[in-house]
Design a binder for this molecule. Structure first.
Ligand SMILES: C[S@@+](CC[C@H](N)C(=O)[O-])C[C@H]1O[C@@H](n2cnc3c(N)ncnc32)[C@H](O)[C@@H]1O
Length: 205
């Protein structure tokens, strides 16, 4: 079994692939609420969706004039995303890769990272955030959601405290930083406390 170790966190890629293969749509087909704000802020542009999963967010934006590159470490997730994009008759570029190893000279108007960063050690999560900022054009947007440290804990996740995400974007214009609770039914009923941050890169950064 191939296991990728992030300090004390372990990501079992085989297990993730199996989950994606057996389930219909693990994260549903509805886009994240904050993703739906993006077309209200910018009308078109290039999007990088990090940890895109089955593509609910990538496809929502691809259907609304955005040119999307969806990246995920799971081959099974990317295959499902491809199938969904075909079904929805829209075009999404895809790459199966570890974001920690990924590099490109391309710059994006929007970089998304929805429900991914908690899988990493804090150090790696911060590295991903720095990459997101680097991949973003001046005036471009970053959208991130993370689980906060309020409420339930899980040994395989790293949690963010209330101001941690905001602190990473001190040098950007924060358009939204909101906290909410989400009830989930996948595996077994549970809830997550979430922080969503939408930030705009300064023109001269
Ligand atoms: C909870 S899912 C979220 C999927 C999607 N963002 C959504 O909101 O529907 C997290 C995703 O991150 C992907 N992932 C985990 N580690 C990754 C890495 N190192 N590089 C790229 N993707 C990764 C997983 O395969 C999984 O599809």
């Amino acid at each position: 079994m191939y296991e990728k170790k992030y300090n004390d966190l372990v990501l079992d890629i085989e297990k993730i692939n199996e989950e994606y293969k057996k389930s219909t749509f693990l994260w549903g087909l509805k886009p994240n609420k904050y993703v739906t704000f993006i077309p209200k802020i910018i009308k078109s542009g290039k999007v990088l969706d990090i940890g895109a999963g089955e593509g609910r967010n990538a496809i929502y934006l691809a259907k609304r004039n955005f040119e999307v590159l969806a990246l995920d470490i799971s081959k099974a997730a990317i295959e499902k995303l491809k199938m969904l994009a075909e079904r929805e008759n829209c075009s999404v570029r895809k790459v199966t890769e570890d974001i920690l190893k990924f590099h490109t000279n391309e710059k994006f108007d929007v970089v998304l990272c929805i429900a991914v960063l908690n899988i990493f050690s804090k150090e790696d999560a911060y590295n991903v955030i720095e990459k997101m900022k680097f991949f973003t054009k001046p005036n471009g947007l970053n959208l991130i959601t993370v689980f906060t440290d309020k409420g339930i804990k899980h040994k395989n996740f790293s949690f963010f405290n209330k101001k941690e995400l905001r602190d990473r974007y001190k040098d950007w214009n924060i358009l939204k930083c909101e906290y909410y609770t989400k009830y989930e039914i996948h595996h077994r009923p549970h809830r997550h406390h979430i922080c969503a941050l939408l930030a705009k890169k300064p023109k001269l950064a």
